[in-house]
Design a binder for this molecule. Structure first.
Ligand code: BGC
Length: 489
């Protein structure tokens, strides 16, 4: 039986309760230098619409699956014991508010802002009528960003399917490929000449194998495995939809680039002395990393993962035609969200017999796993060597620690652990650039504290602290460190 609370507790999400306060004894890595990166490198911060916009019913917006999960089902009740929604969150749909936020990131010195456009604003029912108010809103936002010298990096889909489409089967329904293609067409027709970089999807893995999965607890290892394996149909349809959008984008002859973003985590044994853990690593790597990378860059799903999935979902047999289509329509760049490696356990109670979430040996725990900057370097080198040396943008990298460092004290937020984390990860990226990785950009997750999906407002990732009651913004010390890194001559 899967105990959500237990998994979340293991994941370090019930922050504070069992926190052990240990002083930072990490050796400070050598400060990275902006000069070591290409002149046209994209330096940014990232966000996603549902997490920052609020205004969930403004300007004729339709309901999204996350509006429904939070308002109707109340998913955060299972995880943090309280019903929370992003109906207001940090109020960034409001122009008065977002102009102030743009000013803050302009002062930070970035040249790129990664944000997502919610499908349910553009086409409220998912398919059919386009909403002119939403189109006008994003034209203005893009114009405002450019005026501040900041280029938009736009994600078309960041977990927020229109509810009307979920009611028609969502991503399990193969028609979803066509629904998405129509939505992408509207986006390209309206914004294709103003935006130079698009991302088709954010982290199919997290949407299906983590978030959706945890929200639908199942009763036994067997039924959890069936559920897990069935999610693979969702993933396959998203990869097809992404390939359709990439094809369309290229056919339209637009000038920019289009990519897809995966969360990737190098897999390491939890206990190097334990034979079971050591052997579980390759299956977990297949299920977590290669399951996305191999179809996109090699045109096939990895063997071990496929066998494990077909055991519980015997109908999952994607056609050669599908696989060829995905391979033929490769992204122009690979977006990588990197937080932490996965410490893998052989785990007979977990779906498919392996687990990684919640396995963390660090004294002060990060919400997304153990802090290991060298694993970002290793990952970038692996992608270069094994996946044809693609152009890469780190579309998310950031941290939230359980030690309570995100408190405003006398008007300051002294987030030394996050600062150290960013410094060390940017230094790892710098080393990868030196070693020939075609890294084109780096975005911190996140610009602002915001609504963290099933964990609501209980974890904070921002460079800028947000008081969720008053909307007051307070730049943290990590903001000032990033600012000095970006502005050093
Ligand atoms: C997602 C973000 C999320 C972040 C921090 C990524 O999985 O793309 O939306 O907030 O991680 O957990």
């Amino acid at each position: 039986m899967i105990d959500i609370k237990n998994i979340l507790r293991q994941m370090g999400v019930i922050v504070g309760l069992f926190a052990v306060l240990v002083p930072v004894a990490q050796v400070r890595a050598q400060e990275p230098s902006r000069d070591q990166f290409p002149d046209d490198f994209m330096w940014g911060v990232a966000s996603a619409a549902y997490q920052v916009e609020g205004a969930w019913q403004a300007d004729d917006k339709g309901e999204s699956k996350w509006d429904f999960f939070t308002n109707t089902i109340g998913v955060t009740q299972f995880t943090i014991g309280e019903k929370q929604t992003a109906n207001v969150t940090i109020n960034q749909y409001d122009r008065e508010q977002y102009l102030k936020d743009i000013q803050l990131i302009k002062e930070l010195g970035i040249n790129t802002y990664r944000f997502s456009i919610p499908w349910s604003r553009i086409i409220p029912q998912g398919a059919g009528e386009v909403n002119p108010k939403a189109i006008a809103h994003y034209h203005l936002l893009i114009e405002d960003l450019k005026e501040a010298g900041i280029e938009p990096l736009v994600t078309l889909y960041h977990f927020d399917l229109p509810l009307a489409l979920l009611q028609k089967g969502g991503w399990l329904n193969r028609e979803s490929v066509q629904w998405y293609k129509n939505y992408a067409k509207v986006i390209f027709e309206n914004f294709g000449n103003e935006v130079s970089h698009f991302i088709t999807f954010n982290e199919p893995y997290i949407e299906f194998f983590v978030a959706d999965f945890l929200m639908n607890p199942t009763q036994s290892q067997e039924s959890a495995s069936v559920r897990y394996a069935t999610e693979m149909d969702n993933v396959h349809h998203q990869l097809l939809a992404s390939a359709e959008a990439i094809k369309l984008y290229h056919e339209m002859g637009l000038n920019g680039q289009i990519g897809i973003t995966f969360n990737l985590s190098p897999c390491l044994p939890f206990d190097t002395e334990n034979q079971g853990d050591v052997e579980a690593v390759s299956l977990q790597d297949d299920l977590l990393n290669r399951i996305m990378l191999d179809p996109v860059f090699k045109g096939k799903y990895p063997d071990k993962a496929l066998t494990a999935i077909q055991k519980y979902n015997p109908d999952f047999h994607p056609s050669e035609q599908d696989m060829q289509f995905i391979l033929d329509n490769q992204p122009d760049f690979l977006g990588i969200n990197f937080y932490a490696p996965a410490l893998v356990k052989k785990d007979d109670a977990a779906p498919l017999g392996v687990s990684w979430m919640g396995n963390n040996t660090d004294a002060v725990k990060m919400a997304n796993g153990p802090a290991r900057p060298e694993e970002l370097y290793n990952l970038l080198i692996r992608i270069k060597r094994e996946y044809g040396d693609p152009e890469i943008i780190i579309t998310e990298n950031g941290a939230s620690f359980e030690n309570g460092e995100d408190k405003v004290v006398d008007g300051n937020v002294n987030d030394t652990l996050r600062t150290e984390y960013l410094l060390r990860h940017i230094a790892a990226a710098e080393k990868a650039v030196e070693d020939g990785v075609k890294l084109k950009g780096y975005c911190v997750w996140s610009g602002w504290d915001n609504f963290e999906w099933i964990f609501g407002y209980s974890v904070r990732f921002g460079l800028i602290h947000v008081d969720f009651d008053t909307q007051l913004r307070t730049p943290k010390s990590s903001y000032y460190w990033y600012q000095s890194f970006l502005n050093k001559q």
